[in-house]
Design a protein around this ligand. Structure first.
Ligand code: GLY
Ligand code: MN
Ligand code: MN
Length: 463
């Protein structure tokens, strides 16, 4: 099983970066192990995604530089000594690891500080660090205070990296297809095991176990809850109850750390009630039509608007909303029910590259973040390009606390029938999410088909 692409892939990515960056040195700090409760008892290791993208090595305690002025690429790390080998087995030398990534120059980690000190006033480019250990090391290496690091991150390096990583290569898409096929297995396992009296915890464990059995584990902590109205609900402490719906938002990482991200919402009893079915089919329509919009040239904001208008128009038919649908959506009235964005980029991270700052990933000089509630939650709004992989994940939620606030403020009274909304207070929430590749002319839904139609869901739940 491969855990790294051939070295030419990384050589070519670095060559593109070298061509685009003007000058200075880019510093890439790999992730260290993260201790759970004492130093040698660690969380599952996860390499930094930018390090993976340019160097492919999923091992702790590595760093790398690309020196744009001197055209040098160097990997820094320490070879295992006999004590390491006794406890953890042998490992290729740093030199041999470097060769896997097409990097021919390596040095012990202690030389990194000397190398950067020798840069003498040349710019050190780095992306914003998100782990405490990395912040400490970066602070020591650059002489910047920890609080100054984010503001001094290289916008140039961020922008070029985002531009490169947003366009997925064929080898990356193949990895994402694998991650999707694991995600499909995970969700089907829930569909088949879901029934009254089973615990959410048991299903969450089933999902996570499959992700670990087939790949590198889950791509983010499993969301599996009968309280689907809480968008990122990581509690699994309830017992499944007849009449409720179960929302599962979960994805896998393949062995090369590419991610999938799916959401399905199913009736615990195996059959949708008429009321559940009405809302479900509305979300499904927004999901299907949202996917249909995915093609080069459209802005994600327009796709989001389309999905929001489908939701608002359906809610109007059901008597929950009223007035002019386009105006309601433009002003943000739909966000009582659909407060998040239609999706996000997916790749080596489940929210791809979000560590750089969402605005660098999802916005550019043609589209700016709105300050209207709901619209402001769009993780991406910019124009789609061939090679983007994006999630499409509309939802309808009834969040009692939000309903109470809006109702007390009489917010959007001309668009929302609060009396009718009250009759849905305990409904919960529904989201349906798929992963979509934007192609040259259109799109392709990644992964095998994962049941989402009412009939096919009720059919698979019988099994
Ligand atoms: N990982 C949660 C979501 O964005 O779907
Ligand atoms: Mn998701
Ligand atoms: Mn998602």
């Amino acid at each position: 099983m491969n855990t790294i692409f051939e070295s030419a892939i990384y050589e070519s990515r670095r060559a593109v970066l070298k061509q685009r960056m003007q000058s200075g040195i880019a510093l890439f700090l790999g992730n260290t192990e993260a201790p759970m409760n004492y130093l040698s008892n660690t969380y599952k290791y996860r390499q930094d995604s930018t390090f993976l993208y340019f160097f492919g090595l999923a091992l702790p305690d590595l760093a790398a530089v690309i020196d744009f002025d001197e055209n040098r690429e160097i990997i820094f790390g320490n070879d295992f000594d006999i004590d390491d080998i006794i406890w953890m087995g042998n490992q290729p030398s740093v030199q041999a690891l470097g060769e896997q990534a097409g990097v021919h120059e390596t040095m012990p980690m202690a030389k990194l500080a000397d190398y950067l000190a020798g840069a003498k006033g040349r710019k050190i480019h780095f992306v914003p660090p998100y782990r405490a250990e990395t912040k400490i090391v970066l602070s020591e290496l650059t002489g910047l205070k920890i609080g100054e690091l984010k503001a001094n991150a290289s916008v140039e390096l961020i922008k070029h990296t985002v531009n490169m990583r947003s366009i997925k290569e064929a080898c990356e898409i193949a990895e994402m297809e694998l991650a999707c096929s694991i995600g499909v297995l995970m969700h089907r396992s829930v569909m088949k095991a879901c029934k009254p009296a089973v615990s959410e915890l048991e299903l969450a464990g089933l999902v996570e176990g499959l992700a670990l059995a087939k790949g590198n584990g889950v791509s983010f902590p499993v969301i599996l809850s009968q309280h689907g109205e809480t968008l990122h609900n990581h509690n699994h402490n309830l017992i499944l109850k007849e009449g409720n719906m179960l929302l599962t938002d979960a994805g896998a990482e393949g062995l090369m750390n590419y991610c999938s991200d799916y959401t399905r919402t199913i009736p615990v009893s195996g059959k949708f009630s008429p009321k559940q079915r009405e809302i479900y089919e509305l979300v499904l329509k927004a999901n299907i039509e949202g996917i249909a919009k995915m093609c080069p040239g459209i802005t994600f904001k327009e796709a989001h608007r389309h999905a929001a208008e489908i939701i608002a128009s359906g809610l109007k038919e059901l008597g929950l909303m009223k007035g002019d649908v386009k105006e309601a959506v433009e002003l943000g009235a739909h966000a009582l029910f659909f407060p998040h964005g239609l999706g996000h980029q997916l790749g080596l991270d489940v929210h791809d590259m979000e560590n750089f700052g969402e605005d660098y990933v999802g916005y550019d000089n043609t589209v700016h973040r709105s300050d209207i509630f709901g619209w402001n939650a769009l993780r991406i709004a910019r124009e789609l390009k061939p090679g983007f992989v994006i999630t499409v994940e509309p939802g309808i939620y009834f969040i009692p606390q939000l309903i109470d606030i809006w109702k007390s403020e009489k917010r959007f009274e001309n668009f929302i029938n609060y009396d009718k909304v009250e009759t849905y207070r305990d409904f919960g929430g529904i989201r349906i999410e798929d992963d979509v590749l934007v192609t040259e002319t259109s799109h392709k839904v990644l992964g095998p088909h994962l049941e989402k139609g009412v009939d096919e869901l009720e059919e698979i739940m019988k099994k």
